[in-house]
Design a protein around this ligand. Structure first.
Ligand SMILES: [Zn+2]
Ligand SMILES: [Zn+2]
Length: 275
């Protein structure tokens, strides 16, 4: 039996999300999911900007996300588990604000992301040049290493996130050789701290055409002793919930894993992969 779970999904409580938690859950049931985690955006450094943040009031949005999950979950009992998650952006930039974010609720699952480097805009908003992207990537992997070693979270989201934009804008697929050692150190930190690596399936539907990270890196994570891999569509609309998840799980199996992982009350739970 195929047990499908999607634990990276955005609701309307994210600045870039479109659907209500109820719409998302209905779509998840339609697509045969057993479990979903709503992981709305919490760009922790933005807390200080309150209502003036371009992302909206982060504290209010996450409180609303959690209360929507709590209100809707009972309606789906027996059909779909609906969990309280959060996508925690830049947890190392302002540790005090990050702590505040983590105290909003008792979460089931925390994803950690780096969407922008210290002092820079989101990778989505940057200009890329052939001469300049290497330096950006170096800084990106360095910040991710700091995150993997020091932040509080359960799974590291969409490793190689900037590649999506570099491929899209420059039509170049960067060679990751110069960053291999840092990436290995990121994996070792995750393994030592018993954290998970996310396979984000959104890349399958963008010009890069691979999961983030791709299976070569997932395989490397396993080689070094990695145990926990989570899967998420990163859907921002209910119609996209579960997109690529079944394929993603099958790819995880090809990397030698017999299970993928979901989190409940911040604890890993292994889900067997069919074959
Ligand atoms: Zn993200
Ligand atoms: Zn996301």
């Amino acid at each position: 039996m195929k047990i499908l779970c999607d634990i990276h999904v955005h609701s309307e409580n994210s600045f870039d999300g479109e659907s209500s938690v109820r719409e998302i859950c209905a779509s998840a049931v339609e697509k045969g999911l057993s479990l979903i985690a709503i992981t709305d955006h919490m760009e922790a450094p933005e807390i200080k900007n309150g209502d003036k943040s371009p992302y909206g009031n982060m504290m209010k949005q996450i409180a609303k996300s959690v209360s929507d999950v709590d209100a809707v979950a009972p309606e789906f009992e027996g059909k779909l588990e609906v969990l309280r998650g959060m996508e925690l952006g830049e947890p190392m930039h302002e540790p005090k604000l990050t702590k505040k974010a983590l105290e909003i609720a008792d979460f089931d699952f925390i994803l950690a992301s780096v969407h922008n480097l210290k002092g820079e805009q989101d990778f989505y908003d940057l200009e890329y040049t052939e001469e300049g992207y290497g330096e950006l990537l170096k800084r990106y992997f360095d910040e991710l290493l700091d995150t993997a070693e020091n932040a509080e979270f359960d799974s590291l989201a969409h490793l190689t996130y900037p590649l999506r934009y570099i491929v899209e804008r420059l039509g170049i697929k960067p060679d990751l050789t110069p960053y291999r050692d840092t990436i290995d150190d990121i994996f070792r930190a995750l393994i030592k701290r018993e954290k998970a690596l996310e396979m984000n399936t959104s890349g399958l539907f963008s010009p890069i055409g691979t999961t983030l990270p791709d299976i070569d890196l997932i395989r490397r994570f396993r080689e070094l002793g990695g145990k926990y891999v989570t899967v998420g569509s990163d859907a921002h609309q209910s119609s996209r919930v579960a997109q690529g998840v079944e394929r993603g799980i099958e790819l995880i199996r090809t990397c030698g894993f017999e299970h993928y992982t979901v989190f409940e009350k911040r604890r890993p739970r292994m889900v067997e992969i069919w074959y």
